[in-house]
Design a binder for this molecule. Structure first.
Ligand code: NAD
Length: 498
């Protein structure tokens, strides 16, 4: 059985491992590897390596750091196929989807290649007689990232390229469900010329996470995962005095107005609800049909949902793969059962899907539940699977109120041909990322990614300008170079400009 090890100080190590977790092939239901689960001592070893490396890396010139970033960019680009295979083998997503994930991660690396222009400070000449003021940003030290299973390469790349380009050292605790690609990324950093210890990977579960949250040598924690864990990370790391950004779960609504093009909308709803088996934090999982077009919409979406080709990623014809674990499949099926019991109408039922040749895989078929109401579990909770629920509203304002009453605020979209209605929606909705006729409005790397409400704890979004701000702190310098004959003697009032 292959064992996936930590990457600490530029090399693979089993560390103190006595515990392991299985890594499944979700398409066959069989274990394909095991990953070491880090203990407190392993996190400490990574932090010690990172602390030593930080001393030099933070002093490296912007030019030297940028060279490493460009080399890393080239390597990720050149190895895209291999990285996609690794992601797909452990996550189960189809290769075209994995390719999209690598591409979006690469865009953050490219943003980080241009980071010197973001790190330029401000300068004010002669703010008072003979006094100049300037400000610039310095790195924080050792920072950590804790990441979910659903984007095993992209989500960590929201963090480490920016943190490292800013001059920090990084400790990554990736998901234990699809850990291999993180170790491969560490090797690519090393090949790009990043000094040992600047990027480390500690695999593990809650034990490693808690060790990160409590470690006095870690200055900041970036987290992406489910809302209960995001809330916990924010509280515990905050109590330990760390800077924290913790992105949580989602319930992303698409509001569909009767004037939207039915063919366009149904294509996009099906792709965004069932792509990656619905295991995307920006998946559309709830549709609000406004006005009298609801029945036609459900019909069009259902017809396309039934045609989605579900199968293992290794089959070139597959459009949607399995979900991540048997437990995830059972949870998703449980939500469909619960929606049906609560009175929702099953327009498409994916519970009994059997994939020929992959009967033991963790598959759930695309599912559409109509006539869903806000008090049902299948609407209230994040299902995180290929399940689209349909609610109805009489007006745009009613639809906006429904979205705003939901505790999550990650992404949302409006489908309409009315600019007025779209603008009213954009301005009225309490959600961090909004699409207009765009179902998965993931911002480009030079903007920042993040939700509102229970989808984000902390006040900084990831990558883009807010990512730079998160991984640095400002220093403001007030400087005077007086000539000796200008000495004026001591004055005891609070200093003011003259
Ligand atoms: P998760 O919360 O179960 O796990 C995320 C990370 O936390 C993993 O590294 C895991 O090892 C760790 N963890 C899990 N349980 C823990 C515990 N009790 N104590 C400490 N650490 C723990 O999430 P997941 O199932 O891996 O990923 C899916 C979730 O992530 C969904 O809720 C999805 O919406 C969310 N997500 C959000 C975004 C976003 O940008 N907002 C992006 C991707 C995924």
């Amino acid at each position: 059985m292959r064992t996936i090890e930590h990457w600490i100080n530029g090399r693979n190590t089993a560390g103190t491992a006595t515990r392991h977790a299985p890594v499944w092939d979700p398409a066959t239901g069989r274990q394909q590897a095991q990953v070491v689960l880090g203990e407190v001592a392993d996190v400490d070893a990574a932090v010690r390596a990172a602390t030593a490396a930080y001393a030099e890396w933070s002093q490296a010139s912007l030019s030297a750091r940028t060279k490493v970033l460009f080399a890393f960019r080239e390597l990720v680009n050149a190895r895209t196929d291999e990285l996609c295979e690794l992601v797909s083998a452990e996550h189960g997503k189809v290769l075209s989807d994995a390719r999209g994930e690598v591409q979006r991660g690469l865009e953050v690396v490219e943003f980080a290649c241009g980071l010197p222009s973001f790190l330029k400070g401000d300068y004010s000449d002669q703010v008072s007689g003979g006094i100049d003021v300037y400000s610039y940003r310095e790195p924080l030290g050792v920072v950590a990232g804790i990441t979910p299973f659903n984007f095993p390469i992209m989500v960590p790349m929201w963090m480490h390229p920016v943190a490292i380009a800013c001059g920090n050292a990084f400790v990554l605790k990736p998901s234990e469900r699809d850990p291999s690609v993180s170790t491969r990324v560490a090797e690519l950093w090393a090949e790009a010329g990043l000094p040992d210890g600047v990027f480390n990977v500690v695999h593990g579960d809650k034990v490693a996470v808690d060790a990160i949250l409590d470690h006095p040598g870690i200055a900041a924690v970036s987290f992406v995962g489910s809302t209960p864990i995001a809330r916990y990370i924010h509280q515990r790391a905050g109590a330990a005095g760390k800077r924290v950004q913790a992105l949580g779960g989602a319930k992303n609504h698409a509001i569909v107005l009767p004037d939207a093009d039915l063919d366009y909308v149904s294509d996009h709803l099906v792709a965004s609800a069932f792509g990656s088996a619905g295991e995307r934090c920006m998946a559309i999982s709830a549709t609000v049909a406004v006005g009298d077009g609801a029945d036609r919409l459900v019909e069009a979406v259902s017809e396309k949902a039934r045609k989605v080709r579900v199968g293992p990623a290794r089959d070139a014809g597959s459009e949607m793969g399995p979900v991540i674990t048997a437990a995830a499949r059972d949870r998703i099926v449980g939500y469909i059962d619960s929606g049906e019991r609560a009175g929702a109408r099953l327009a498409v039922d994916g519970r009994d899907l059997r994939v020929a040749g992959a009967e033991e895989g963790f598959f759930v078929g695309p599912t559409v539940l109509d006539a869903v109401t806000p008090e049902m579990d299948v609407y209230r909770d994040e299902v995180f699977g290929p399940v689209l629920v349909v609610l109805r509203a009489d007006t745009v304002d009613e639809a906006i109120a429904l979205v705003n009453a939901n505790p999550y605020g990650n992404g949302t979209a409006v489908f309409t041909s009315s600019g007025e209605a779209a603008r009213r929606f954009v301005r009225g909705v309490q959600v961090g990322m909004v699409g207009v006729n765009v179902p998965i409005p993931v911002p480009m790397a030079y903007y920042s990614f993040g939700g509102w409400k229970d989808s984000l704890f902390g006040d900084k979004h990831m990558h883009g300008p807010e990512g730079v701000s998160f991984y640095t702190r400002a220093k403001v310098v007030t400087a005077r170079w007086p000539r000796v004959e200008q000495a004026t003697g001591a004055s005891y009032h609070f200093p003011t400009a003259t």
